[in-house]
Design a binder for this molecule. Sequence first.
Ligand code: SF4
Ligand code: SF4
Length: 264
Amino acid sequence: MAEKIKLYDDSKCTGCRGCQLACKQWNGLKAGQTKQWGSYQNPPTLQPNNYMIIHFQDVKDDKGGVKWLFRKEACMHCTDAACVTVCPSGALHYNRDFGTVGLNHELCIGCKNCVAACPFEVPKYDKATDRVYKCDMCESRLANNMAPACVKACPTGALSWGDKEAQIKKAEARAKAVGGTVYGPQYVGGTHMAYVLSEKPAVYAGIHLDPSVPLSVTLWRGFLKPVSLLAAGGILVGSFLHYLIKGPKLPYDDAEAGKKEGGE
Ligand code: SF4
Ligand code: SF4
């Protein structure tokens, strides 16, 4: 199957948060206690039980008045995902059909490596379950040929799901039409989430303007991992050669060694 991308176009978003609710419903995420903190945006940040949020921001419009600016935040589904690189348990994985990044909670051991590695600060750790949570692009829906729940719920067409190339072309054309920018696929080796931002990226509060993979992850990918694999391969080859030359190790080998050590 072809790689696919989810596209969010803020110029079509009305901030209804239907997507946010659909995400909670489809993933069976518990409601949390929210409070008035001076914004319609709630909760203020991604949480273990909120895989996506819509940011609400007041900005000046062309006439000196005020307008809403909305922005969706969730996993960017990186092509070369730092979280997958550092996950020791295989909980984080690539979806072979679409290139997105899934998360099997059953396999998560709560080490939080992914929390430290993610250039977009997406995975959230839950102390109560000792596991990490994030958007998996509704893998269960994708497997059944359905679009992610947020896309299905969006009433304005601000969210769409489709083939990578076509979606990127669509995003570029829309960004040109609204005088905006495409954000996402140009970072960290590519993403499976793209945005049409109607304002310059710097206008959006909390957006990652220069997301980068930590040096430790880059070193692990480029040097330490290949070296450790080479070392593991060397041990295997050495053991095999030893077996060919010396033959199998027999129980009396140890007994003989014991006699020598004990001087008998
Ligand atoms: S945004 Fe973070 S959590 Fe999502 S795929 Fe990229 S590295 Fe992983
Ligand atoms: S916290 Fe879980 S998902 Fe994250 S790296 Fe560790 S095992 Fe993988």
